[in-house]
Ligand binder design. Structure first.
Ligand SMILES: Nc1ncnc2c1ncn2[C@@H]1O[C@H](COP(=O)(O)OP(=O)(O)OP(=O)(O)O)[C@@H](O)[C@H]1O
Length: 524
C-alpha cells in the first residue's frame, strides 16, 4: 500500500543543518536522559509532506520518548525541532497541536461515558455566555468526521463504540486539534495493537486516504504492517537512529537485523515441532456451563495438562470477557470452574489465584502493575504462596534470582531489579507482567493477547517459554487476535461469536492446523 508517488528527499538534504523547507517536520540532534538511562542519543530525522513514516525498535529503544518530545509532553535535553521549516519549542501537547502535531496514544484516550462529539471537543468546547453550544458541536463534529471519511455516529456514547470506532474517533480527534494547521502531523503509537484484522484494514485505508491531508508517523512492533503502510522507515536502537530506509528496500528480516543486531528465528511460532501432542496429561481446567450476565455463555470446555487451548473471535465476541471470567475478574452468574479437582462457583480473583490460575490480560491499564514499586516486587507478587506454601517468610534470594532470570530471558530493559516499573517503556512493563506469571509454578495460565506491544525478540521468548511450560504440564488458555499466532501455538482452537463457542473446537495438531480462513468463516 505504500505509495510510490511521494518522492523522498535526498539524504543530504534531509540531514542538512538548515534543512529543506519541504519537510513537514524535522528533528535535529535530539537527546534525552532519565537519571541513569539515556533514552535518546543525538537523533535526527525528517519527514516530508504526505509521507507515512514507520518508526520501529525494540522495547525501550526510545520510540515513545521521541513521540513525547515531538508533542511537548517531554522536553529534550538537547536538539531542535522544526515544523514547516520554522524552529519551534513545545512545552505542552496543546502547543504542539497548534502547530498541527498530535499523538494518537497507544492506550485509548477517550472518555467512554461521554458522546463522540463531546470527546472530539474535550477541553475546547464551544460555548456562549457559559452555555455549551451542544447542537452546534454535534452537527459540526458529524460533518467533520464525515469529511474525513470516518464512519461513526458522534452522538453515540463512546462506551457503545467498538474498539475500532474508538480508534477512529481518536484519529478524528488528532485532526480536530490540529485544525489550525494546514499540514497536520499525526503520530500513531501502536494503533493496531488490539485491533482485529478488519479493523486494521479500515485503519490502513483511512491513513492511505488521508495521506494527502496529513503526514503520519506510525510506530508498531508488527513489522509487516509497518512495511505495508510506510513510505520510509526509521529504526531506533538503544536510543540511537541506526537505520533509515525506504519501505520498498526493506524486509522484515532487514528491519529485525537493524533493531536487534541479529536475525531472529523466522516465524518461530508457526513451526509446531515442539508442540506437545501425544502425551497430554489429565484434565486440569474444566469450565462447566459458565455464564456471565453480560451475554457470555453458557460455555463449557476443558483443558489438559500440557495443552494450549486457543480462543479466537471478532471484537465483541466475548473472548476477552471469558478470559476475565476465568481469572475471577468478572463474576459468573451460573456454572462452575474446576481447577485440579477443586470446583469453584462465582470465584473471586484471589480464589482463582489460590486455585492456581494466572491471568495475563490484554489491557495494560488493568494489569495490576504496581508502578511505583520495583521490578522485583512486581515479578514476585504471586510468588510468596508458590515458593513457600504456608511459610510466612519471604525467600528474598529466590525472588531476586527469579527476577534476574526473567530480566535475562525476556530481555527486560531496566537498570536493575530494584528500578521502579514506572520508568520502564510500555513493552517492558508488559514483559514484567508476563514474567510474573511465567515464573510461577501455576497449573493454569490464561493469556489474552500475551505478545501485544512486545518486540519480536521477546515474542519469540514468550513462545519458547509457553512451550517450556506446557512441557512441564502447565495448561494454557491462549486468547488472541493474531490468528497465525493462535494457530501456531494451540493444540485446539475454539471460535467465539456472540458470547458462545461456535460448534466444536478445531483440532490444531501439527499437520492438521486450521487455516486463517477456516477460523474467519466461523468468526463472522
Ligand atoms: N519516565 C521515565 N523514567 C525513567 N526512565 C524512562 C522513563 N521513560 C522512559 N524511560 C526509559 O527510556 C528508555 C526508552 O523508553 P521508551 O518508552 O521511549 O521506549 P519505546 O521504544 O517506546 O518502548 P516500547 O516499545 O516498549 O513502548 C527505556 O529504557 C525506558 O526505561
Amino acid at each position: 500500500m505504500a505509495s510510490q508517488t511521494h518522492t523522498n528527499v535526498a539524504d543530504a538534504d534531509r540531514d542538512s543543518p538548515t534543512g529543506g523547507n519541504d519537510h513537514s517536520f524535522r528533528v535535529e540532534g535530539i537527546s534525552k536522559s532519565f537519571r541513569h538511562v539515556q533514552a535518546l542519543k543525538d537523533v535526527s530525522l525528517a519527514v516530508d509532506h504526505g509521507e507515512v513514516i514507520g518508526l520501529v525498535g525494540e522495547n525501550g529503544a526510545g520510540k515513545s520518548t521521541l513521540l513525547n518530545i515531538l508533542t511537548g509532553v517531554l522536553e529534550a535535553d538537547e536538539g531542535r525541532l522544526y515544523v514547516d521549516g520554522e524552529a519551534v519549542t513545545f512545552t505542552s501537547p496543546r502547543e504542539a497541536a497548534n502547530y498541527g502535531v498530535s499523538l494518537v496514544h497507544q492506550e485509548q484516550d477517550v472518555i467512554t461515558t461521554m458522546r463522540g462529539y463531546e470527546n472530539l471537543y474535550l477541553g475546547r468546547e464551544m460555548e456562549q455566555f457559559g452555555v455549551l453550544k451542544k447542537e452546534q458541536m454535534r452537527e459540526e463534529a458529524q460533518a467533520f468526521v464525515d469529511d474525513l471519511g470516518i464512519n461513526i455516529d458522534v452522538d453515540e456514547r463512546v462506551r457503545n463504540y467498538t474498539f475500532n470506532e474508538r480508534q477512529m474517533l481518536e484519529i478524528a480527534k488528532a485532526f480536530h486539534v490540529s485544525q489550525k494547521s494546514e499540514n497536520p502531523v499525526i503520530l500513531l503509537d501502536e494503533p493496531t495493537a488490539g485491533l482485529e484484522e478488519s479493523g486494521r484494514e479500515i485503519l490502513f485505508d483511512l491513513v492511505d486516504d488521508l495521506r494527502d491531508r496529513a503526514t503520519f508517523v506510525f510506530v508498531s512492533h508488527e513489522l509487516d504492517e509497518v512495511l505495508q503502510i510506510s513510505d520510509r522507515i526509521y529504526v531506533l536502537k538503544d536510543g540511537e537512529r541506526v537505520d533509515d530506509t525506504t519501505a520498498a528496500e526493506a524486509t522484515t528480516d532487514s528491519l529485525q537485523q537493524a533493531m536487534v543486531g541479529r536475525e531472529t528465528a523466522d516465524e518461530y511460532y508457526r513451526v509446531p515441532d515442539q508442540q506437545r501432542e501425544t502425551d497430554l496429561g489429565e484434565t486440569t481446567l474444566t469450565v462447566n456451563e459458565v455464564v456471565h450476565e453480560d451475554a457470555v455463555g453458557p460455555i463449557s470446555f476443558s483443558v489438559r495438562a500440557g495443552e494450549i487451548f486457543g480462543i479466537v473471535g471478532v471484537e465483541g465476541s466475548g473472548k476477552q470477557r471469558l478470559g476475565r471470567l476465568l481469572a475471577g475478574d468478572l463474576s459468573t452468574a451460573d456454572g462452575s470452574i474446576s481447577v485440579d479437582g477443586t470446583t469453584l462457583q462465582s470465584p473471586t480473583v484471589s480464589d482463582m489465584v489460590d486455585a492456581g490460575v494466572g491471568y495475563i490480560p490484554k489491557d495494560r491499564k488493568s494489569e495490576g502493575l504496581l508502578l511505583y514499586q520495583s521490578v522485583l516486587v512486581n515479578t514476585s507478587l504471586a510468588m510468596v504462596r508458590d515458593m513457600h506454601g504456608n511459610m510466612p517468610l519471604l525467600d528474598l534470594d529466590a525472588e531476586e534470582k527469579a527476577t534476574l532470570d526473567a530480566i535475562e530471558e525476556l530481555s527486560i530493559k531496566t537498570p536493575g531489579p530494584d528500578a521502579l516499573v514506572h520508568g520502564l517503556s510500555g513493552g517492558n512493563q508488559q514483559k514484567v507482567v508476563i514474567a510474573r506469571w511465567l515464573a510461577q509454578e501455576t497449573p493454569v495460565l490464561v493469556m489474552d493477547n500475551v505478545t501485544r506491544g512486545i518486540d519480536v525478540g521477546a515474542k519469540e521468548e514468550v513462545y519458547r517459554l509457553c512451550r517450556e511450560l506446557t512441557d512441564q504440564g502447565v495448561s494454557i488458555v491462549f486468547i488472541g487476535d493474531e490468528l497465525p499466532e493462535v494457530i501456531g501455538m494451540s493444540n485446539r482452537i475454539a471460535v467465539m461469536a456472540k458470547g458462545e463457542f461456535v460448534g466444536e473446537p478445531f483440532d490444531a495438531s501439527p499437520g492438521n492446523k486450521p487455516t486463517e480462513e477456516d477460523l474467519i468463516q466461523e468468526m463472522i
